[in-house]
Design a protein around this ligand. Structure first.
Ligand code: S3P
Length: 444
């Protein structure tokens, strides 16, 4: 099992890029595969999660080749997919399994999809339920709530569906299924979740309309091949935005990060807490807003975080809780019960692991209460196999006295290959911190 050891760090300085956006990469691969003709995805994310989506599309006969960071996808159109000859295994990727279920339900073939033990514990009924209303024939353990899931492709009818939870994975599955349904369906979200699927479908020419939290899509259209350029992932940048904020004297620039307004809640929250985070060189790329992000260390104060902003920051709450631990006063995070059904129960894992390094925090059914401003002490802690927990704890370790070892860090590759090297580059450029480098150990 791999581990990552981090010592208390001096200032972080320098310019970095972060890996490309995971959500956008999944969508580019899937939508490119069902468009007509040759699409290109520049700067795709070659992380395990996205490679599992890529493998799944290849299993369905799509010709996808990689050269120098560019994916060339020969899309065969909406009806060009072939029956996979084996079970599709998405590994740890919730986005892959949920989006692909929406794509598989209307096909004219049979498929089975599954994933690793974490995926096989996560709820699938949120996608299976509405797909069944559209006419899909889907089975699985626990009446279809748990993978492995089997899908006998069927012709689907349109749906007008009010989603009970704000989930981009559910919305995206229904939009992909909607591409094949008769007529025009409408989906309503309780709070708007990330809208990469809407943007990407529109970029490829689908008939899709968005108005507030309503999205409607027309079936049986034609998607035209496109060239997509994927920006840096704000969820990966988040670890360094928080690191540079909480470590005195830091000053960093993160180049080319996606700042989609449905994803950038962390920036608003950190600014409200007193952080110095600035956007530079804002631009648009393949239908998505992109910017460089400049961060300088600052003193933070605790705040209350709840309601509409939660879906915009859902994946950043583990690292946000590290920022809160360093802030003066109490931070309360509510309305975030969805964290309990992520790669791990992220409320429980963050409470358990941050306590090991001396953070005073309390678990609530839908969030966390964190008493900030107390000293943190390096300790041995575990990621529980959750990539965002692993990286959050490594950043906490930079601010804790002594040495912090995070166990079980292979999972970082699901979203951020090269995390350790990027961290090392920021620590290494500053003389004061030499000798305090993160190190990795392998035990088998
Ligand atoms: C994602 C949606 C979110 C997010 C996940 C990626 C996506 O999940 O937490 O990491 O790419 O659609 P939910 O749809 O479950 O909220």
């Amino acid at each position: 099992m791999q581990s990552l050891t981090v010592k208390k760090s001096g200032a972080l300085k320098g310019e970095i890029t972060v890996p490309s956006d995971k959500s956008i990469t999944h969508r580019a691969i899937i939508i490119g595969s069902i468009a007509n003709g040759a699409s290109e995805v520049k700067g795709y994310l070659p992380s395990e999660d996205c490679l599992n989506t890529l493998k799944a599309m290849r299993c369905m006969g799509v010709d996808i080749t990689e050269k120098g960071g560019l994916l060339a996808i020969k899309g065969g159109g909406l009806y060009g997919l072939k029956e996979p000859g084996d079970v599709i295994d998405v590994g740890n990727s919730g986005t892959s399994i949920r989006l692909l279920m929406g794509l598989l339900a209307p096909q004219s073939f049979f498929s089975v999809i599954t994933g690793d033990p974490s995926i096989r514990r996560r709820p699938m009924m949120r996608v299976v339920g509405p797909l069944r209303i559209m006419g899909a024939q889907i089975n699985g353990r626990n009446e279809g709530n748990l993978a492995p899931i089997s899908i006998s492709g069927r012709r689907l009818s349109r749906i007008n569906y009010a989603m009970p939870v704000a989930s981009a994975q559910v919305k995206s599955a229904l939009l992909l299924a909607g591409l094949y349904a008769d007529g025009k369906g409408q989906i309503t979200e309780p709070i708007r979740s990330r809208d990469h699927t809407e943007r990407m479908l529109s970029f490829f020419g689908a008939k899709i309309a968005v108005s507030g939290s309503f999205v409607s899509i027309e079936g049986h259209g034609v998607l035209g091949a496109q060239k997509v350029e994927v920006p840096g992932d704000i969820s990966s940048a988040a670890f360094f935005i928080v690191a540079a904020t909480i470590i005195d004297g830091s000053e960093i620039l993160i180049k080319g990060v996606g700042i989609n307004p449905t994803r950038n809640g962390l920036l608003d929250i950190l600014r409200e807490m007193g952080a110095d985070v600035r956007l530079e060189n804002e631009r648009m790329s393949s239908g998505e807003p992109v910017s460089d992000i400049y961060v300088r260390s600052s003193r933070l104060k605790g705040i209350e975080i709840k309601g509409e902003i939660i879906p915009r920051v859902i994946d950043e709450i583990p690292i946000l809780s590290v920022a809160a631990a360093m802030a003066e006063g109490e931070t309360v995070i509510r309305d975030a019960g969805e964290l309990r059904v992520k790669e791990t129960d992220r409320i429980l894992t963050m409470v358990t692991e941050l306590r090991r390094i001396g953070v005073s925090l309390e678990e609530m059914p839908d969030g966390l209460r964190i008493a900030g401003g107390r000293p943190m002490f390096g300790a041995a802690c575990s990621s529980h196999g959750d990539h965002r927990v692993a990286m959050s704890l490594a950043i906490a370790g930079l601010a804790a006295e002594g040495e912090t070892t995070v166990e079980d860090t292979e999972c970082i590759n699901t979203s951020f290959p090269g995390f350790k090297e990027t961290l090392r580059s920021l620590v290494d450029t500053h003389g004061l911190t030499r000798g305090y480098l993160p190190s990795e150990q392998s035990e088998r």
